[in-house]
Write a protein that binds this ligand. Structure first.
Ligand SMILES: [Zn+2]
Length: 103
């Protein structure tokens, strides 16, 4: 998984295409991400023990990681991620466009 929590991404496919948001959760097992304000579904929740209130609940659902592009903090464009080894031997994510280190 090339994306991390708190990354700022743009949705490139689907209903929320063109929208931006921060990743709140990464599901690397299923290659999905949850993005703040993206892919919101309304659930009709019945009042049960855990949900006393019931009614309509808005919830962000995971979307495929392939459907989002990382927004580079340096050139602020949606970009692909490449990797580079730093002088200290650590691997860093870099923007494929401006080649600045993303973190
Ligand atoms: Zn960049």
């Amino acid at each position: 998984m090339r994306l991390h929590a708190n990354d700022n991404v743009m949705v490139t496919k689907g209903r929320d295409r063109g929208k931006q948001g921060h990743i709140t959760r990464v599901d690397s097992k299923h290659n999905k991400v949850v993005v703040e304000g993206i892919n919101i579904v309304t659930k009709h929740q019945k009042p049960t023990g855990a949900f006393q209130q019931g009614g309509l609940i808005k919830k962000e659902m995971p979307i495929p990681a392939a459907n989002v592009s990382l927004l580079c903090v340096h050139c602020s464009k949606p970009t692909r991620i490449s990797y580079r080894y730093l002088a200290d031997g650590n691997k860093a994510r870099v923007c494929a466009k401006c080649e600045e280190v993303i973190e």
